[in-house]
Design a protein around this ligand. Structure first.
Ligand code: ADP
Ligand code: MG
Length: 347
């Protein structure tokens, strides 16, 4: 539904150049909720602003719902109307709501409809319908200043839906909100995704948001996407940084002569008593240093950090046992290179 190929954006200001996007290939499937995470300055906002052409990419292409927006934008004024129409099918929700304080809630939602040229009656009908959809039917005549943060964001979402978009973009829509309100806004985005078949691309720096609503996610660093995939795929990727951030398992080794491994359980394996089987089969004492369990997309997923007595070389067989049972095992506490070499040597 959204594809960018080799997207680059270089900002030039006062003789300085900042490369905000350095060849981004993003692929968001129709009907999914896709989360982009990354630290401040990673290029997340630039990416989302390039997707709806609020920002003109320096090079590369943006295709939304089969339309190459970069090509339309490059065709000049004659394609302006077509580009505007294509962009009206992309809704955008902002962190600071961007509501007009002198307009009522209803008039804020009507704004994009005025631009689309709907008559007063049509605008009113549509705005009230959208306010009802976001649970604010009774606030149509209020002003933004009379609303809570969560209600303001609901107005922002209603306004974003005015053009009957197929795609909703959200840049840190919940980061100005408290945890309870965040949850209710995320629930609303999830409902809209399901009810309207809306594809949602959201930016966040909170891993909880990804866990709560995203089907897929990407991690951005320095203008690049360094990891991406469905949440289940990411969790199944050895050494995935996103997986580690989604399911952090703390815990330090209690003795120096031991091996610490992170075990990820999903699907079938999550319900098997593998740890006790391991202890019994090899007669080893296993210490659990940390664990996290959660449900992602209706499936149980867990991570556990365990400690086995003895160095890595002495634990090759028990680790192999876990891997044979379909668990993903990442060896911690062994310098990466050494672990890779050792892993290679045991294959
Ligand atoms: P994020 O949303 O991940 O925090 P941004 O996309 O806002 O990242 O910014 C990426 C980089 O581009 C940063 O180094 C930022 O300073 C720079 N940048 C963003 N917008 C502009 C701008 N309008 N002019 C110049 N540099 C910008
Ligand atoms: Mg940003």
């Amino acid at each position: 539904m959204i594809t960018t190929t080799d997207l680059r954006k270089v900002y030039r200001s006062r003789g300085r150049e900042v490369t905000a996007l350095d060849g981004v290939d993003l692929h968001v499937r129709e009907g999914e909720v896709y989360g982009v995470v990354g630290q401040s300055g990673a290029g997340k906002s630039t990416l989302i602003r390039c997707v709806n052409l609020l920002e003109r990419p320096t090079s590369g292409t943006v295709t939304v719902d089969g339309r190459d927006l970069t090509e339309l934008a490059g065709r000049g004024p004659r394609a302006g109307k077509e580009l505007r129409r294509a962009r009206s099918r992309i809704g955008m929700v902002f962190q600071h709501f961007n509501l007009l304080s002198a307009r009522t809630v209803q008039a804020n939602v009507e704004l994009p409809l005025e631009i689309l040229g709907l008559t007063g009656k049509e605008r009113e009908r549509k705005a009230l319908e959208l306010l009802d959809l976001v649970g604010l039917a009774d606030k149509a005549r209020s002003y933004p200043g009379q609303l809570s943060g969560g209600q303001k964001q609901r107005v922002g979402i209603a306004r974003a839906l005015a053009g009957d978009p197929k795609v909703l973009l959200s840049d840190e829509a919940t980061s100005a909100l408290d945890p309870d309100t965040t949850r209710s806004i995320l629930g609303l985005l999830r409902d809209l995704n399901r009810q309207l078949g809306l594809t949602v691309l959201l930016i966040t720096h909170e891993m909880d948001v990804v866990k709560a609503v995203c089907d897929s996610a990407a991690l951005m660093k320095g203008g690049h996407i360094v990891e991406s995939g469905t949440v289940a795929e990411l969790l199944a990727t050895p050494g995935s940084e996103l997986a580690h951030q989604l399911f952090p398992v703390g815990g330090e080794a209690s003795t120096p002569d031991s091996t610490v491994v992170d075990v990820t359980f999903h699907g079938e394996a999550a319900t098997q008593p593998v740890i006790s089987q391991l202890a019994r089969t090899y007669n080893v004492d296993i210490s659990i240093l940390g664990a996290a369990m959660d449900t992602v997309g209706g499936k149980q997923i867990g991570r556990m950090r365990i400690q086995l007595p003895g160095r890595f070389e002495e634990n090759v067989v028990p680790i192999g046992f876990l891997r044979e049972r379909g668990l993903q095992v990442d060896v911690a506490g062994v310098a990466d290179e050494a672990a890779v070499l050792l892993k290679e040597s045991v294959r």
